[in-house]
Design a protein around this ligand. Structure first.
Ligand SMILES: Cc1cc2nc3c(=O)[nH]c(=O)nc-3n(C[C@H](O)[C@H](O)[C@H](O)COP(=O)(O)OP(=O)(O)OC[C@H]3O[C@@H](n4cnc5c(N)ncnc54)[C@H](O)[C@@H]3O)c2cc1C
Length: 338
């Protein structure tokens, strides 16, 4: 394993912003990881675990060691006619893993198709899309405590999953490295197709037999039509979480904006679209130098080439302030700002 010094992180983040790391290494297996942990040179260095860099915004150089997680491998732990328990190395590409599950007849992940990044990052913010969250199929999350380098396994409930959140994004942020995730997938072929965009796709295409592979196809097509491809235009997907507001607040906004839509979280709380709020403030498509509030989806901020992390962060803060002024609703960043 080579440890590099002062290397550029531009190709390791999907915003494609410039920042450098004091030290950088790519870890391919647990043996390499253990050798890094016992190396006294890095014991006290700040550590950043990096997957695909698709949920990170670098606003400055990283003064520590960036550990790029490439730990691979897929292992079946147990299997019967109804389900399969499968342990997946954290460095596997997320969408390649989803494709593998769908083509093998294991369902549960098809709605999460085409989300960029690695398997190891999937529990960090409990990735979700089209009516499904990864927490629904995670059995355990395995890895190492970055302070005492001891191995630890978290059960699903210990992960404290929530909407775009988990213990790894809050209490244990930058303190735990995920090395593998165990998924519990079904073989019953049942799908979740009640998300509006999927329903519309199915009816437009007149699909009669809705299989996991049809759902995967639908999700890929819908995503490609709405979201910028980070290979072509720098971005990190949704910049903000969708806010959850009280029923009273919802009614008060709706009285002014009758087209407001909400998704019931519980009897008192309703989730609304952050993209809708940003759009209503007239910000969709606004561009400042190379930073744009994406003209096809206001929740996404894009870098057309030369933007810095600071410039992107400044625009995100401006959006947050304008939405707060207009609606008295405080948006939270979904992207990890460093
Ligand atoms: C076009 C686009 C669309 C997207 N759509 C969605 C979507 O629909 N739903 C959704 O939820 N997200 C979405 N995202 C966000 C992103 O893809 C996910 O959050 C993804 O899981 C990040 O994976 P990554 O490997 O790139 O993580 P990184 O960006 O490398 O890291 C993200 C965070 O997780 C930590 N981390 C990463 N790997 C590990 C590990 N092994 N152990 C401990 N900590 C780790 C990092 O330190 C960092 O804090 C989208 C992003 C883009 C660019």
């Amino acid at each position: 394993m080579t440890i590099q010094k002062n290397i550029s992180l531009k190709e390791y983040n999907t915003f494609h912003v410039e920042a450098s790391a004091k030290y950088f290494c790519e870890v391919n297996d647990l043996i390499e990881l253990e050798s890094l942990f016992v190396d006294d040179r890095f014991r006290d260095e700040k550590k950043l675990i990096l997957g695909g860099g698709s949920n990170i915004l670098f606003t400055k150089d990283f003064n520590g060691i960036v550990i790029k997680n490439n730990i691979g491998g897929i292992e079946v732990i147990s299997e019967d006619q109804e389900s399969i328990l499968i342990k997946v190395g954290a460095g596997n590409d997320w969408d390649e893993f989803v494709e593998y599950t769908v083509s093998s007849g294991f369902n549960g992940l098809e709605n999460l198709s085409l989300i960029p990044g690695t398997v190891g990052a999937s529990p960090i913010q409990n990735i979700g899309a089209y009516g499904v969250e990864v927490k629904d199929v995670i059995e355990t999350v395995n890895g190492f405590d970055l302070e005492d380098f001891k191995e630890k396994t978290f059960t699903n409930s210990e992960c404290r999953f929530d909407y775009r959140d988990s213990i790894f994004k809050s209490e244990l942020k930058n303190k735990f490295m995920v090395t593998s995730v165990v998924f519990n997938l079904s073989k019953d072929g049942k799908v979740k197709s009640n998300y509006e965009a999927i329903k519309n796709y199915i009816s437009e295409k007149n699909i009669r037999e809705i299989t996991p592979s049809e759902i995967r196809k639908a999700v890929i097509e819908i995503r490609k039509s709405k979201l910028p491809d980070p290979q072509e235009i720098g971005n990190a997907g949704s910049f903000f979480r969708n806010p959850v507001i009280t029923k009273e607040k919802f009614e008060s906004v709706k009285s002014k904006y009758p087209d407001l839509r909400g998704y019931k979280v519980n009897d008192n709380s309703i989730k609304i679209s952050a993209g809708w709020l940003i759009e209503k403030c007239g910000l969709k498509g606004k561009r400042s130098k190379d930073v744009e509030i994406y003209d096809k989806q206001a929740l996404v901020i894009v870098n057309y080439g030369s933007a810095s992390g600071i410039e992107i962060k400044n625009i995100a803060e401006e959006i947050r302030d304008i939405v707060l002024d207009e609606f008295n609703i405080s948006l939270q960043f979904e992207v990890n700002i460093l």
